[in-house]
Write a protein that binds this ligand. Structure first.
Ligand code: C5P
Length: 240
């Protein structure tokens, strides 16, 4: 939905795109790395624009790099830009300072394959819930996970059926996320829900499809492009 006068009651999407992308070895911010000919962040932006439950969009970009985020976020786009911080949570805090809607969708620009449907599903799940502060996308774990101590010694094998690999979108009641960010360990948190949990908030997971991968290392680019190509082929009425 386009941002503007009809936004009352809609969630605000906060896309965090301020990471350095060191593990991608791209020599610049990960969000600007091209995926099938477009900068990675544009895919998440497009999904948020198309989500019917999202009104405003804020994007946290690397300090000093706002201009590189181009026309997709320029004047008249309805997208507000903020400079991110030294860690992901500091970037969330910077974006959250601009947001006053009751519901916030936090999404990593590094997950470009998110769909409008997945975003809407998460917002709807939180809206329908009572006693929850957040709903987060998560996928079952397919590997067996072990706790490892010193000297590579295995100390425990965890029960895989109780484990989930957490992704974004993560949707929160803004008041709960703001309080958690104000009180939380922003230097070490690896997701937003953990901050809300640490502050005593209640979080539920929503099953997420396997396509919602995070682009972290160079090999992930080829995987993401293959998923995009498959999507295009299925959308093409000429294909069989
Ligand atoms: O590094 P990682 O892949 O876990 O980052 C997840 C998301 O957080 C990415 O979209 C990245 O751009 C964002 N991020 C950020 N500010 C930072 C670090 C990461 O917005 N300082």
């Amino acid at each position: 939905m386009a941002a503007g006068a009809g936004d009352a009651g809609l969630a605000t999407a906060l896309i965090v795109a301020a990471g350095s992308g060191e593990r991608l070895r791209a020599g610049g911010p990960k969000a600007l790395v091209e995926l099938a000919g477009r900068p990675m962040y544009e895919y998440s932006l497009e999904a948020c624009r198309q989500a019917s439950k999202v009104g405003q969009i804020v994007i946290a970009v690397p300090p000093g790099k706002a201009a590189a985020f181009g026309t997709a976020t320029g004047a008249g786009s309805g997208v507000r830009i903020v400079e991110g911080g030294a860690t992901r949570s500091h970037s969330v805090a910077a974006g959250l300072a601009l947001i006053d809607s009751a519901t916030v969708v936090v999404h990593d620009a590094a997950r470009p394959l998110v769909t409008p449907g997945l975003i809407d599903e998460a917002v709807t799940a939180l809206e329908a819930a009572t006693g929850l502060d957040g709903v987060i996308a998560a996928a079952p774990v397919t590997d067996t996970i072990k706790r490892v101590g010193k000297d590579s010694r295995v100390s425990e094998t965890l029960d895989r059926s109780t484990l989930r690999a957490v992704q974004t979108p993560q949707v929160f009641r803004r008041a709960a996320l703001s309080a958690a960010i104000a009180a939380g360990d922003l230097d070490n948190a690896t997701d937003d829900a953990s901050l809300v949990e640490a502050a005593g908030g209640a979080i539920a997971i929503m099953d997420s499809p396997s396509f919602n991968i995070k682009v972290t290392v160079p090999e992930d680019i080829a995987s993401a492009e293959a998923i995009l190509a498959d999507r295009d082929r299925k959308d093409d009425p000429e294909s069989c």
